[in-house]
Design a binder for this molecule. Structure first.
Ligand SMILES: Nc1ncnc2c1ncn2[C@@H]1O[C@H](COP(=O)(O)OP(=O)(O)O)[C@@H](O)[C@H]1O
Ligand SMILES: [Mg+2]
Length: 338
């Protein structure tokens, strides 16, 4: 039996808000009229080309794919759809086998003669793996359609791009985020004020999942969504982690600091630029020389600029940490020598 697709099974109270309120029908997807209309036309014609969904996190790529599956297959969506992550820890070989087995099997029911395979994080696949994927897409074209999802279109090889209809997803405008969070708060009977909703949107920067997670955390911690409760939940855990990270680095434990960095980036939903800002805020109180402080402020500004151009957050931030580590080691050496 295939693993059931999470978004296609029914909701439950234990689910996080972001899953519980994931749009089920294409018409429930907020703010994406053009994309929705194109997808609906595929449903009407009962034919879907291979698709490539490109855009940053939390911009409705997975939701749109799951809604399309539901529109096509109705109650049989779970049986006819497979959702996989290309960076699955089981390894690309296993993923390849699963894809092949799924792609060549026939669809269940009468709706359409093909199944739907949703493959997330395709831009993390190596060139070779993408070439193999392209061959699979061609070989099983009659029994399977692919929805490939990526953060960057440039990470996808040209022969795949040219075989897919490309859909671009963009960060949501703050007003859309505010209205979505307002809707969820009402459905959850959580009180809120306008400043709270605006603060959620400001911190989410167009990432709907991040917005919903922040709102849920504030509601869980304080029972209401206000600017204060939002800042309490977002500031607390994450500021503490950044503090721990800097402390580790200054104590000479670069490995430990880098590990915390990866966790902060992967788990808190904060962007690289958020972390740079938090590090920047703390530079003033570090026990290093004035000259080193100035150098680090300069390094933080540089990292922030590079990140604004799309540089890799982990590399930029680890570089910034390394500079802080070097400054503190030089100081330690001078102290020891005096
Ligand atoms: N347009 C939208 N309308 C309503 N909810 C949305 C919309 N886009 C995203 N969401 C919410 O945000 C969550 C994350 O969206 P998702 O589709 O998983 O983003 P992505 O795959 O682009 O990272 C969804 O579970 C859903 O709750
Ligand atoms: Mg997704």
């Amino acid at each position: 039996m295939e693993t059931p697709v999470s978004g296609l099974s029914s909701g439950s109270d234990q689910l996080l808000w972001a899953e519980k309120y994931r749009p089920r029908r294409l018409r429930d997807i907020a703010d994406l009229e053009l994309i929705v209309r194109r997808l609906e036309s595929f449903v009407e014609k009962k034919n879907v080309p291979n698709l490539l969904f490109v855009g940053p996190p939390g911009t409705a790529k997975t939701s749109a794919a799951l809604c399309l599956a539901y529109e096509l297959f109705g109650e049989r969506a779970a049986e006819n759809t497979l959702e996989l992550n290309a960076s699955d820890e089981r390894g690309i070989q296993t993923v390849r086998e699963i894809i092949k087995d799924f792609a060549r099997s026939r669809s269940v029911g009468e709706a359409v003669p093909f199944k739907l395979l949703i493959l997330d994080e395709c831009d993390n696949m190596t060139n070779d793996a993408q070439q193999a994927l392209r061959r699979t897409m061609e070989k099983y074209a009659s029994t399977c359609r692919f929805i490939l999802i990526a953060n960057f279109q440039g990470g996808i090889i040209e022969p795949i791009q040219s075989r897919c209809a490309v859909f671009r997803f963009s960060p949501f405008p703050d007003e859309v985020v505010v209205e979505q969070v307002r809707r969820l708060a009402r459905m959850e009977n959580v009180s809120f004020d306008e400043e709270g909703l605006k603060e959620v949107a400001r911190q989410a920067e167009g990432d709907m999942r991040k917005a919903i997670n922040i709102a849920e955390a504030a509601a869980a911690a304080s029972g209401e969504i206000t600017a204060t409760t939002v800042n309490e939940v977002t500031g607390r855990s994450y500021a503490a982690e950044v503090e721990k990270m800097l402390k580790a680095e200054l104590e000479g434990d670069h490995e430990g600091a880098a590990k915390i960095l990866r966790q902060v980036l992967a788990q808190t939903g904060y962007s690289g630029r958020d972390v740079v800002r938090e590090v920047h805020r703390r530079l003033g109180s570090l026990e290093i020389s004035e000259k080193d402080k100035l150098r680090l402020i300069e390094a933080a500004a540089e990292a922030d600029y590079r990140l604004s151009l799309g540089a890799d957050p982990e590399i930029q931030l680890e570089g910034l940490l390394a500079r802080a580590g070097l400054a503190s080691r030089e100081r330690g050496a001078k102290k020891g020598g005096a």
